[in-house]
Design a protein around this ligand. Structure first.
Ligand SMILES: [Zn+2]
Length: 135
């Protein structure tokens, strides 16, 4: 935190993978503790997205899903997006919804050094309340 990123000197969330600019487009939740979505765009095309939710009251976040198109996997796109979310929510405790138990998924989470695997409740009461209003 706080260190200037040499690949991103003007503070935008652009990054470059294989010569294409990566943009993260954030879609805010419809209510507090509801689901947020981050679209991952590569050279202007949407190639993946992440669903997550955060509660500012509990300082708790849940990463619900990560999808990246097969053709552009293993290039750090999902990691880039995940770390953008984590660094936007300092000192939050994180968890995930169920992680698919495949070799690829396990390798992905291990490579990320994800802080929230296991041990925490999947949702706080505010997230459950948001779900009740958003069936
Ligand atoms: Zn909460």
């Amino acid at each position: 935190m706080g260190e200037p990123d040499p690949t991103d000197p003007d503070g935008r969330d652009g990054n470059v993978v294989c010569g294409f600019t990566v943009d993260l487009v954030e879609h805010a939740p419809r209510m507090p503790a509801g689901v947020s979505r981050v679209e991952i765009r590569l050279g202007g095309d949407t190639v993946g997205d992440l669903d997550y939710r955060t509660c500012s009251e509990c300082r708790f976040g849940v990463l619900e899903s990560v999808r990246v198109a097969t053709a552009v996997r293993r290039r750090g796109l999902a990691s880039h997006a995940v770390f953008a979310i984590l660094s936007a929510h300092p000192a939050y405790q994180w968890s995930t919804s169920t992680i698919t138990d495949t070799a690829e998924a396990t390798a992905f989470w291990t490579a990320l050094d994800w802080p929230g695997i296991g041990g925490t409740l999947p949702y706080c009461p505010h997230m459950r309340r948001a779900d009740e209003h958003n069936p």
